[in-house]
Write a protein that binds this ligand. Structure first.
Ligand SMILES: Nc1ncnc2c1ncn2[C@@H]1O[C@H](COP(=O)(O)OP(=O)(O)OP(=O)(O)O)[C@@H](O)[C@H]1O
Length: 357
């Protein structure tokens, strides 16, 4: 999680959001609510398509919230409700406490321009404008004068490590660079919320990983609330604080990468997580045994026991276990000893993970 519970602030709230495409959407919605029809049944009976089905969730300020699922599961449809590019068939949407459903068109337009930015897979840059002009576009739309907007654009370009490329045309840059320009353009608007629709999917794996790392660094220093669509669970696990998994318009599970990998809610999610190495996501907290139980069986844990934070990842614990057979003391964020991890706890976790795979 981004911050501890007491300090969390909600940025986005969706309550009972439905989107049904098709002329008979109202009839279809009424019936699906009464009889829980499947996506296929709604299509056959009403010639309508369920895009989003009764989704309620909250996203915290500063959180990177990944939305993942197979093609057609409703990821883009869901995210396009956050800036009201799509009107929901039913439900409420609040951004920073503001009910965006009740905004008049002009206020909504301003809200979109100033508070929310989108980054797409296909870059959506103007090929025959300079990189700097592309990056400055959100401020041009806002009517900011040329000097100020080019200055802001140059700062954004520096953030994505493309200083010096401002005078090139967008089409002269490689795919990875164009995607960074897309990100810089979104950042120039200094939005509260970034909506990213498969931004790195078109890139080759090495560049993609590099951009993920750069994005994570930027997001943590700039504290932007980010909704990040991906169909790649590896990517979601790597960059998401939490992940929502969608199927046929429903959100079937929301949790931290660790929650999802350790406790998949159903066989659909289990199938996704089968290929994910537990080493990357599991934290000490999930594998430790309570300190009282350990000490009742084995006696007091020596003061010299190696000590780790409860959010430490499994990889670090395994490295320590290779060095020394001693049980490890796990501490909470206040430094209080809360658990113990032994070599056998680690082995059990690894073996269970391998069996799942
Ligand atoms: N404008 C539209 N009219 C009719 N049906 C639509 C429309 N947009 C989306 N849909 C349907 O809504 C469902 C969800 O589509 P959506 O594009 O949100 O899925 P997705 O998970 O983002 O897929 P992908 O990963 O392929 O982009 C799909 O069944 C799709 O066919």
């Amino acid at each position: 999680m981004v911050v501890e519970n007491a300090e969390r602030q909600t940025a986005i709230t969706l309550s009972g959001v439905w989107k049904i495409f098709g002329e008979q959407w109202q009839t279809a919605l009424d019936e699906v609510r009464r009889h829980a029809l499947s996506k296929q049944e709604v299509l056959e009976k009403h010639n309508c398509v369920i895009g989003v089905a009764d989704v309620s969730l909250t996203i915290d300020r500063g959180e990177i919230f990944c939305v993942m699922g197979l093609s057609g599961s409703g990821k883009s449809t869901l995210v396009r409700h956050i800036n009201r590019l799509l009107e929901p068939s039913a439900g409420q949407i609040e951004i920073e406490g503001v009910d965006i459903m009740s905004m008049p068109p002009e206020a909504l337009r301003r809200f979109r321009n100033e508070r929310i930015a989108m980054v797409f897979q296909n870059f959506a840059l103007m090929p025959h404008r300079s990189v700097l002009d592309n990056v400055a576009m959100p401020l041009e739309i806002r009517g900011v004068n040329k000097n100020r907007r080019l200055e802001a654009a140059a700062k954004s370009l520096a953030l994505v490590e493309l200083s010096g490329w401002g005078n090139k045309f967008a089409h002269e840059l490689s795919g990875g660079m164009q995607q960074r320009v897309g990100l810089a353009r979104a950042l120039t608007a200094d939005p509260d919320i970034l909506l990213m629709d498969e931004p790195f999917s078109a890139l080759d794996p090495l560049i993609r990983r590099q951009l993920q790392t750069e994005f994570m660094k930027l997001a943590s220093t700039m504290n932007k609330t980010t909704v990040f669509i991906t169909h790649d669970l590896d990517e979601a696990v790597r960059i998401g604080h939490r992940i929502a998994i969608m199927r046929d318009g429903h959100v079937v599970q929301i949790g931290t990468p660790e929650d999802i990998v350790m406790n998949p809610a159903d066989p659909y999610v289990a199938d996704f997580v089968a290929g994910i190495s537990r080493l990357k996501v599991v934290r000490a907290r999930a594998v430790m045994q309570p300190i009282d139980r350990y000490e009742a069986e084995h006696g007091k844990l020596p003061d010299s026991a190696p000590s780790f934070g409860e959010h430490e990842n499994l990889r670090a614990l395994i490295d320590a276990a290779i060095q020394s057979p001693e049980a490890m003391c796990i501490r909470d964020t206040e430094g209080q000893a809360v658990g113990v991890v032994t070599r056998s706890d680690l082995l059990t976790t690894i073996v269970e993970g391998t069996e799942t795979e």
